[in-house]
Design a protein around this ligand. Structure first.
Ligand SMILES: NC(=O)c1ccc[n+]([C@@H]2O[C@H](COP(=O)([O-])OP(=O)(O)OC[C@H]3O[C@@H](n4cnc5c(N)ncnc54)[C@H](O)[C@@H]3O)[C@@H](O)[C@H]2O)c1
Length: 320
C-alpha cells in the first residue's frame, strides 16, 4: 500500500516550487560541501544539485581518479572558475582520510556540509563491504565532526550519512551489505544525541534511499555470495520501482532545509522524502499468549542454564 501522505503527492504550484528553491538556496548558498563517493551515482547527482543551489565550493572525495579529475576540469570549464576540487582517497583508509580532510580544509577553509555517501555492494568481498561501508563511514563521520565542530574551532554544520531504505524482509541475498547499512543508522542516531550537538553544533541526519539506478544497483545481481541466488534476487528487485539519482538529490536538498538532528529520511519510488523513526524497544517486544512468567537458573554439568517456564505449552524451554 502506498503510505505517502496526500500532501507529498500533490503537485506543487510554480510559486510553491519557487519558494522551496529560494528556501533551499538560503541554506546552501555560499557553503562549502564535501561529498565522499562524489564521482558517480548518487554522489555525482548530489554534486550537481549543490552547484545548482549556489554552493561555494564542493570537494569530491573518491577512489576513481580518472572520473574525479574529469568532473573537476569539466565543471571548471563550464563555470569559468574552480568550483569543484577532486581529492583522491579511499574512505576506508583512516590515515589517507585524515590527510584528505586536512587538504580539503586548506583548499576551502571551513567545511559546512559533509555527505557521507561512498559505499560498495559486493557480497563476494564482504570484508571490503565492511571496511568501506562501516569503517569508511565512521572515518568520514568522525573527521566531519572534528572539522565542523564548534568546540574545535569550526562553525558547526550538517553531516548526512547515507544508509538504505530499511526493508529487512527483502534482503536475504544481501546479508552483509544490509548489516553495514543498519550500522549507519546506529552511528547516526548515536552521534545526533543532544550531548554532542551542544558541543559541536553539527546536525546529523540519515538518508535512506530506495532502489536507485546507479552502477551499484546495475552490477548487484553479479555481486551475490552465490550464483544460485541470482534469479530470486532479480525477481525481488523487479517488485520495486527504480528511481533516478536526480530525484534522490532533489529530495536531499529539501531534507537539508527541514531535517533536524537525529532525523531519518526515506526517498523511494521517485517520491518526496518522508521521515521515519526508530521505534521504542518496548513497542517491539513480542508478547506471548502466556507471557513467560517464571525463569529458573539450573546448573547442568557445571554450566548455568536459564529455564523459562511456558505453562501454556510444553513446559520448560531452555536457553543457555
Ligand atoms: N543505488 C541504490 O539503489 C542505493 C540505495 C540505497 C543506498 N545506496 C547507497 O548510496 C551510496 C552511493 O551508492 P551509489 O548507488 O551511488 O553507488 P555507485 O557505485 O554508483 O557510486 C559509488 C561511488 O563511491 C566511490 N567509492 C567506492 N568505494 C570507495 C572508497 N573506498 N572510497 C572512496 N570512494 C569510493 C565510487 O568510485 C563511486 O564514485 C552508497 O553508500 C550506497 O550503499 C544506494
Amino acid at each position: 500500500m502506498d503510505s505517502t501522505p496526500t500532501l507529498c503527492r500533490r503537485r506543487s504550484s510554480a510559486s510553491e516550487r519557487a519558494k522551496e528553491i529560494e528556501a533551499i538556496n538560503s541554506i546552501i548558498s555560499g557553503k562549502n560541501v564535501l561529498i565522499t563517493g562524489g564521482a558517480a551515482g548518487l554522489g555525482h547527482a548530489f554534486l550537481n544539485h549543490f552547484l545548482k543551489h549556489g554552493t561555494n565550493k564542493v570537494i569530491i572525495l573518491d577512489i576513481d581518479i580518472e572520473t574525479g579529475k574529469r568532473i573537476e576540469l569539466g565543471i571548471e570549464k563550464s563555470c569559468g572558475e574552480k568550483k569543484v576540487h577532486f581529492i583522491h582517497a579511499d574512505v576506508s583508509n583512516h590515515k589517507r582520510m585524515t590527510e584528505a580532510f586536512e587538504e580539503a580544509s586548506s583548499l576551502v577553509g571551513n567545511i559546512d556540509i559533509v555527505i557521507n555517501n561512498a559505499g560498495v555492494l559486493d557480497e563476494r568481498r564482504w570484508e571490503k563491504e565492511i571496511a568501506v561501508n562501516i569503517g569508511g563511514m565512521i572515518n568520514t563521520a568522525m573527521l566531519a565532526i572534528k572539522y565542523m565542530s564548534k568546540d574545535a574551532g569550526g562553525q558547526g554544520g550538517i553531516l548526512v550519512n547515507v544508509s538504505q531504505h530499511m526493508n529487512i524482509r527483502n534482503t536475504a541475498q544481501l546479508p552483509v551489505y544490509t548489516a553495514t547499512k543498519h550500522a549507519v543508522i546506529g552511528l547516526s542516531e548515536s552521534l545526533s544525541d543532544p550531548c554532542y550537538y551542544e558541543k559541536t553544533g553539527v546536525t546529523v541526519i540519515t538518508l535512506c534511499p530506495g532502489l536507485t539506478e546507479t552502477a551499484l544497483t546495475i552490477d548487484s545481481p553479479n555481486k551475490l555470495l552465490s550464483r544460485v541466488m541470482k534469479a530470486d534476487f532479480v525477481k525481488n528487485l523487479e517488485q520495486f520501482s527504480i528511481q533516478t539519482p536526480y530525484v534522490v538529490a532533489q529530495g536531499l536538498m529539501t531534507i537539508l532545509r527541514i531535517g533536524e538532528s537525529g532525523s531519518i529520511w526515506v526517498i523511494e519510488n521517485g517520491s518526496a522524502p518522508y521521515e521515519v523513526y526508530v521505534p521504542n524497544p518496548q513497542a517491539l517486544r513480542r508478547h506471548y499468549k502466556n507471557n513467560f512468567s517464571h525463569v529458573e537458573i539450573k546448573v547442568v554439568k557445571g554450566r548455568p542454564i536459564r529455564e523459562v517456564c511456558d505453562n501454556s505449552r510444553t513446559g520448560l524451554m531452555s536457553c543457555a
